[in-house]
Design a binder for this molecule. Structure first.
Ligand code: 7TS
Length: 413
């Protein structure tokens, strides 16, 4: 299939709607993506035709639902080049996946005085679980510094690794800066220092080819809702050997092999980590989303977004009174489709309101990355446009016009 934006747009019913009387321009894809009809109808087909619980029913529609759930997992495993679906745990989202690692692997392996290393460009969900773990264990949380060019300070990385952290956790792509980190190189450095590595793929898996095999990370977390699928389902990938050694987090139905009065034994992977009735419709919808993305080709998805980002950065370059964050256009190959900016003298919420009145959805605020936004960038809030497969240059033009309107409204030169 060729990458035809107009054809793609036809698959997204919401893109035919209006917001405040203007055709909807959706530029908040880093928060969540829109859903194509293929995903909507996969979920609806399940409800209409074979709604039932999985694993337990020895009847046809339950077998169909189980098949849908498992084939979704198999395609998720292939999507990130995992060895098999045994390495794929379905959880609610990236946040739950990172928390699960902190509460199981972290709980078992981090002790008093140990170090945990993250970076200054993390989303709160890759900060707070480690703060909690560090506090519980009397461990120390360290941060890799950023450079002015929006990249990690690799010298600082090497220095912080000398403390031989037990866990290194890093975002693959920053949801504020758009910086694409070299997750493979960092994993290698961290492994050499004896660390176990988690990569937060919430902003990478939806937008570019990802291979956990190539990266060689130990854990990889991402969410369905940012990649055309339903909310409430996300993935923790982990190397099988690690999962074998980890205690389950939740106890209950499905995660056991047998239960005695005072003791239980655990089910095989990945079921040991999936207690209770799962988000079956979510998994089925996620499977349809992965199928859609695979058909487009992740290399094409990346190239499309790279083109839009270049176009936006070029257009913004000529606009006075705004600060644009993230890697410069000269390093577009290491920058994802996220463009955060501030308009001098105007609060980000006021910017978003002008955009809203023009039918344009953007995010404004601290983007769940308060240490980055307030301490590293010295801003109280930022506005952010983020692109996906269905966005086009004409929408970037509308966003630029909305910035001009903001400046006019607030008398900014
Ligand atoms: N990690 C990163 C890098 C993210 O961007 C996000 C969500 C998460 C983790 C958490 O994902 P969740 O699915 O568990 O919520 N980022 C954003 C955002 O930038 N705007 O809204 C959510």
């Amino acid at each position: 299939m060729t990458f035809d934006v107009e054809e793609i747009r036809n698959d997204f019913p919401i893109l035919k709607t209006a917001m405040n009387g203007k055709p909807l321009v959706y530029l908040d894809n880093a928060a969540t993506s829109q859903k194509p009809r293929q995903v909507i109808s996969a979920v609806s087909r399940y409800y209409k035709n074979y709604n039932s619980n999985i694993h337990r029913g020895l009847y046809k529609i339950s077998e169909e639902a189980t098949h849908g759930y498992i084939s979704s997992k198999k395609s998720a495993a292939k999507f990130i080049s995992a060895n098999s679906e045994r390495e794929i745990i379905y959880l609610r989202n990236t946040t739950e996946a990172i928390n699960l690692v902190a509460l199981t692997f972290g709980e078992q392996n981090v002790g008093r005085g140990d170090h945990i290393l993250i970076s200054k460009m993390e989303h709160h969900s890759n900060i707070v679980p480690w703060q909690l773990l560090a506090k519980r264990k009397g461990a120390q949380l360290d941060y890799v510094e950023l450079k002015d060019d929006a990249f990690l300070d690799m010298e600082d990385y090497a220095k912080k690794l000398e403390a031989r952290p037990k866990i290194v956790s890093l975002t693959h792509v920053s949801n504020v800066l758009g910086t694409i980190n070299d997750a493979g190189a960092i994993t290698k450095m961290a492994h050499n220092a004896g660390a176990t590595v988690l990569i937060d793929g919430a902003q990478s898996a939806p937008h570019m080819p990802v291979s956990v095999k190539e990266m060689d990370c130990d854990f990889f977390a991402f969410s369905s809702h940012k990649m055309l699928g339903p909310a409430g389902i996300g993935i923790l990938y982990a190397k099988e050997g690690l999962l074998e050694g980890m205690q389950p987090l939740y106890g209950g139905g499905d995660m056991i092999k047998s239960v005695d009065l005072y003791d239980s034994t655990w089910n095989d992977l990945p079921w040991k980590f999936e207690a209770g009735t799962q988000n079956i419709e979510g998994a089925i919808g996620f499977g349809a989303a992965i199928k859609y993305l695979k058909k487009l080709g992740m290399e094409n998805v990346r190239n499309h977004e790279k083109g839009l980002t270049r176009y936006a950065l070029e257009k913004l370059d000529g606009v006075s009174g705004i600060n644009v964050y993230g890697p410069g256009i000269d390093r577009i190959g290491e920058r994802a489709g996220v463009v955060s900016f501030s308009v001098s003298g105007v609060h980000a919420h006021d910017v978003a309101q002008v955009f809203d009145s023009e039918g344009i959805a953007i995010r404004s605020g601290h983007h769940c990355a308060m240490p980055l936004v307030t301490q590293s960038l010295h801003e109280s809030a930022l506005s952010r446009m983020s692109f996906y497969i269905y966005n086009r240059e004409e929408e970037v033009d509308k966003a630029i016009a909305a910035i001009m309107k903001t400046k006019e409204t607030f008398h900014i030169a």
